[in-house]
Design a binder for this molecule. Structure first.
Ligand code: 5GP
Ligand code: ZN
Length: 112
């Protein structure tokens, strides 16, 4: 399958990694929208949040454990935002489930 984030997960395309284990990889976004902008993905292909089911929810829970670990390690003490864009109107541009971890500036609410 021709999927950019599958290629990052298997090392075919290089990335600046923040964390990696058997199931999950976290890497710095190429076009950061905040001083800290990390993408967290399951290594196994999942299209989007719409495709999470009983067989894949475990890795999603694990991604949130990794987010908490990175927030401590990277000292994101002022706060952070976690975002997943799903579908066209939400602005999803890569069709492999990913969570944006954003920190280092103030974020508006509601989001634009
Ligand atoms: P989306 O728009 O789907 O929510 O997020 C996709 C993100 O992937 C964007 O923030 C974009 O900057 C990032 N991105 C796209 N291609 C690459 C790449 O080749 N390497 C990295 N590190 N990030 C990428
Ligand atoms: Zn993929």
């Amino acid at each position: 399958m021709d999927c950019l984030f599958c290629k990052i997960a298997n090392g075919e395309i290089p990335s600046n990694k923040a964390y990696e284990d058997e199931d999950v990889i976290a890497f710095y976004d190429l076009n950061p929208q905040a001083p800290t902008h990390i993408l967290l993905i399951p290594k196994k292909h999942i299209g989007s949040a719409r495709d999470i089911d009983a067989s894949s929810s475990k890795v999603v829970a694990h991604i949130f454990e990794v987010i908490a670990k990175l927030a401590t390690e990277l000292r994101l003490e002022d706060g952070f935002r976690v975002v997943t864009n799903c579908g066209e109107s939400a602005g999803q541009s890569v069709q492999h489930l990913h969570f944006h971890l954003l920190s280092g500036r103030a974020f508006s609410w509601p989001p634009g």
